[in-house]
Design a protein. Structure first.
Length: 442
């Protein structure tokens, strides 16, 4: 090779190399090893969640990270102001970071930490005395603007039930009496529930690969404001508690089995632990802050997961052929019962309206309970239990119905419609295996 040609090629090489190096240097300056920095922020975030948990016993729903972090939080018990002052610069740094040039999963992680930390700051401020309206709280905690419905909306829905539910008295009294005949006697509840969970698990495992060691424990409890709860313990294990204060109606069995277990909370938490905490070392997924955007995804997917596991008439058919006989109920009533339940489900936003008006101070607890009797068609005892739930969890109620609707819309936009069950399972699995949050569903 001629010296002149060699010289020219050498010059070209160094020019190209310097351009690449300059770009790399520029990237380091603008996007400094984003994942490593997020690792550090995530560690601080987890410790802040544990610190907030010292002031709010409901806040830390699950934690399976380093035990010494919890011990540290318990012994230090930082003031609310100290927690806030630690969180604010982290939030500002997250806002300043740019992840748009990164792979999608890293972008989602970045957004996840931003939203979760923002909600933590809001929770700290409200614990410190800041007053938020129902809608302001929902936006600050759960990353959504909840819709509002007038009374007329619920009256129109109830009119259809009025024509198909027999009996005397108000429509609320008739619905309560109608549903009462489908109550499972206490000594059969455990058997019926375990059969339902087993079926939900079988259906889920046909579509979602779960860890070989995943498991759950079932426990019956009393004196709770909720009907059932999944306490995720880490290592792919859940404790599912069932509140036996209220009679167990047949329609609740599949709801609880799918929502708390498969493909609901147990599967969601197990996949997050496996995919992120274990495989990637993303420590933010070793803690679950209850009053945070993650809850809308968790509750929304758990509720929509019922339809994913039992599309079309499959739920009614399984209840009729398997659960009704186990519960000692007349299976010939199953189809009409399913239709009534579907109509009642459309009234779910009545609970949000009761909570909004009650928590905003527009109506009293007794008036809110009466609203639930009138428009959610609850029994007086069930309505009072809902008021206790509002007192304890406040605007959290939106996560069940609004969460489900947003999840459904998101999955159906991607082809996961009822008539395409395989695609529905595929999109559902992607969602519960990702850090995507409410604003990412829109």
């Amino acid at each position: 090779m001629r010296p002149q040609r060699l010289f020219i090629l050498t010059v070209i090489f160094f020019i190209v190399a310097s351009i690449g190096y300059s770009k790399e240097i520029n990237n380091v300056r603008l996007y400094p090893d984003l994942n490593s920095r997020l690792n550090q922020i995530a560690k601080s975030y987890v410790k802040l969640v544990l610190a907030v948990g010292q002031y709010d016993s409901n806040y830390v729903d699950a934690f399976y990270g380093p035990k010494e972090w919890l011990t540290e939080a318990q012994s230090a018990k930082k003031s609310l102001d100290a927690i806030r002052q630690k969180a604010l610069p982290l939030a500002a740094e997250l806002d300043s970071l740019d992840s748009t040039h990164e792979e999608e999963i890293l972008q989602l992680r970045h957004q996840y930490l931003k939203k979760q930390l923002s909600s933590l700051i809001a929770r700290v401020e409200t614990l410190g005395g800041k007053k938020l309206s129902f809608d302001e709280e929902a936006k600050a905690y759960y990353d959504v603007d909840p819709p509002s419905f007038p009374e007329e909306h619920f009256k129109k829905l109830i009119a259809e039930l009025d024509t198909i539910v027999p009996g005397k008295g108000s429509i609320s009294e008739r619905v309560v009496n109608y549903r009462r005949q489908f109550t499972i006697i206490p000594d059969k509840v455990d058997t019926v529930l375990r059969v339902a969970i087993r079926e939900c698990r079988i259906r889920t495992k046909k579509h979602i690969k779960l860890s070989d060691d995943e498991t759950y424990r079932l426990e019956y409890v009393h004196n709770k404001s909720w009907g059932a709860y999944n306490w995720y313990k880490g290592n792919n294990e859940s404790l599912i508690q069932i509140n036996t204060d209220m009679p167990m109606p047949l329609h609740s069995v599949i709801d609880l089995a799918a929502h708390e277990g498969y493909p609901g909370h147990h599967v969601y938490n197990s996949l997050l632990e496996t995919n992120f905490a274990s495989k990637r070392g993303w420590v933010e997924f070793t803690v679950y802050a209850l009053f945070s955007p993650q809850s809308l995804i968790a509750e929304g997917t758990a509720n929509f997961g019922i339809e994913v596991a039992f599309p079309g008439k499959e739920r009614m058919e399984f209840e009729r052929d398997a659960l009704f006989p186990l519960a000692g109920l007349d299976k010939s009533l199953a189809e009409k019962y399913s239709k009534v339940q579907a109509l009642i489900a459309k009234l779910s936003y009545a609970e949000n309206e009761a909570a909004r008006r009650y928590l905003n101070g527009e109506i009293s607890g007794d008036e809110a309970a009466q609203w639930l009797v009138n428009y959610a068609l609850r029994s007086p005892k069930e309505a009072q239990a809902s008021i206790r739930f509002f007192d304890q969890y406040r605007s959290y109620v939106i996560n069940y119905n609004l969460g489900m609707d947003l999840v459904r819309q998101y999955i159906e936009r991607r082809g996961g419609t009822e008539d395409n069950p395989e695609k529905r399972w595929e999109e559902f699995t992607k969602l519960i295996s990702s850090p995507r949050l409410p604003s990412g569903l829109l």
